[in-house]
Structure formats: structure tokens, C-alpha cells
Write a protein that binds this ligand. Structure first.
Ligand SMILES: Nc1ncnc2c1ncn2[C@@H]1O[C@H](COP(=O)(O)OP(=O)(O)OP(=O)(O)O)[C@@H](O)[C@H]1O
Length: 224
């Protein structure tokens, strides 16, 4: 079998609150296979975002080991983690975090330029993704000129622009009404599958989770 895109061993995280230590993650073991789409379910406060932050190499303070695409990222200094993040990971958040002064196409081009791609190639890739997401007529719209569902679609295109090995999505449709959320999630999953990326998607929503390849449940700091 090919190497997992994520391998967690004994992942733990505690926070100090008012002199009390709260153990949010208590030794999580997990492997995600290439191309696998995994839902991370759990009630509010169960630690889903904390777990995505660990896998996304966005913060320190975690115990255990985090491997991304065969690299033991948790053992790397900050610049090494940044490199792994840029090479392998894409992010979608509940709120789109698009750059307000740039249009849809430019928002998808920019991370590719940061990754060293040429402008023409990056623009072609941006148009390909935005067209696949039904936004061919919205390329030159700024985020404020787009609906919530359209903003999230641009955020999906941005996350996939550099062909990540793994997409991390934290409540990617949590800010949308049910009908729009369903549409955006279907497109997101279709595109991720088509691209062959793996995904780890945190959600409260059982119905959306059921559309994914595997469902993990976070309960009292462990996966059920
Ligand atoms: N920086 C922090 N300092 C202190 N406590 C924190 C910090 N970040 C998270 N926590 C605590 O860790 C627990 C898990 O939070 P987390 O945001 O990971 O949960 P979640 O499952 O993503 O919740 P939600 O679905 O509401 O986003 C919460 O009790 C939260 O208060």
C-alpha cells in the first residue's frame, strides 16, 4: 500500500485555563490514505479545530508525532514545517479569508505565485478550477461582490490551486444555509476526488459527513 498522507501517533494537546489543565486531545492515532476523504465529527468544543491545526502544522504545543506524506513534520523547525505545508497542504475555513482587494481569479493565482509558478500557468489553473466550480462568469468579481456560497467556492479553488496532497477543511460550509451548503460540499468533494487529493473535513453535520469515505468521531479527546 502506498504511504499514508497523514500519520498521527499519540497526538495530544492540553490548554491551561484558569490554572486548570484541559486535555483536549489525549493520544490520537490516525492514518489517512492517499485520495481518502475523511469526515471529523464532534460536538462544539470537542477539539476538531485543534486537531486540524495540528495536522496543518499551524501551531506548536502538541505531543506525539505528525507525519505528512512520509515526512515527520512535528520534528522539523518552523521553516521546515512551512515548506511541508506549502508543498502538501491546502486549507478551507468556515469563513472564506479571501483577500478583499483582489478578484476571484487573483485570489486563486496568488498562492501559486508564492509556490513559484509562472503567472500564465497560474492564471490558467485558476480559470480551470473556478470554471469547474461554476464561477466562469465571476472571475473578475471581488469577494464583496460574491454570494456566501460563491465566496466559499473561490476558497475551495484557492485551496486546491497547488494540487495539495491533503486538503484540511474546518466547517467549510458551516456559514451557509442548508441548500447552499449541500451544493458547495458536493462540488468540493467532486473536485477533491477528481484531483486525487485526500481531505480531512471537520463538521458538526452527520448528513454531510455521510457523503465522505470514512467518518471519525472525536469524543473526550480520542477518536471513536
Ligand atoms: N488557545 C486556546 N487556549 C485555551 N483553550 C483553548 C484554545 N484553543 C482551544 N481551546 C479549548 O479547546 C477545546 C476544543 O476547542 P476546538 O476549537 O478545537 O473545538 P471544536 O471541536 O473545533 O469546536 P467548534 O465545533 O465549536 O469549532 C475547547 O474547550 C476550547 O475552549
Amino acid at each position: 500500500m502506498s504511504e499514508p498522507v497523514v500519520r498521527l501517533a499519540g497526538l495530544s494537546r492540553s490548554f491551561q485555563q484558569g490554572g486548570v489543565s484541559i486535555d483536549v486531545l489525549r493520544g490520537i492515532d490516525l492514518e489517512i490514505a492517499p485520495g481518502e476523504i475523511v469526515a471529523l465529527l464532534g460536538p462544539s468544543g470537542s477539539g476538531k479545530s485543534t486537531m486540524l491545526q495540528a495536522v496543518g502544522l499551524l501551531e506548536g504545543g502538541f505531543g506525539g508525532t505528525i507525519e505528512i506524506a512520509g515526512t515527520k513534520a512535528s520534528a522539523l523547525p518552523s521553516d521546515g514545517r512551512t515548506r511541508v505545508r506549502r508543498e502538501h497542504l491546502g486549507f478551507v475555513y468556515q469563513f472564506h479569508h479571501l483577500l478583499p482587494d483582489f478578484n476571484a481569479e487573483e485570489n486563486v493565482i496568488l498562492p501559486q505565485l508564492v509556490a513559484g509558478k509562472g503567472r500564465d500557468e497560474a492564471a490558467e489553473r485558476a480559470r480551470e478550477l473556478l470554471t469547474a466550480l461554476g464561477l466562469a462568469q465571476r472571475l473578475d468579481h471581488r469577494p464583496s461582490q460574491l454570494s456566501g456560497g460563491e465566496q466559499q467556492r473561490v476558497a475551495v479553488a484557492r485551496a486546491l490551486a497547488n494540487r495539495p496532497t491533503l486538503v484540511l477543511a474546518d466547517e467549510p460550509t458551516g456559514n451557509l444555509d442548508e441548500h447552499t451548503a449541500d451544493g458547495v460540499l458536493e462540488q468540493f468533494l467532486g473536485l477533491v476526488r477528481g484531483e486525487g487529493s485526500a481531505a480531512l473535513v471537520a463538521t458538526h453535520n452527520e448528513r454531510l459527513a455521510a457523503k465522505m469515505d470514512r467518518v471519525l468521531r472525536l469524543h473526550e479527546g480520542l477518536l471513536e
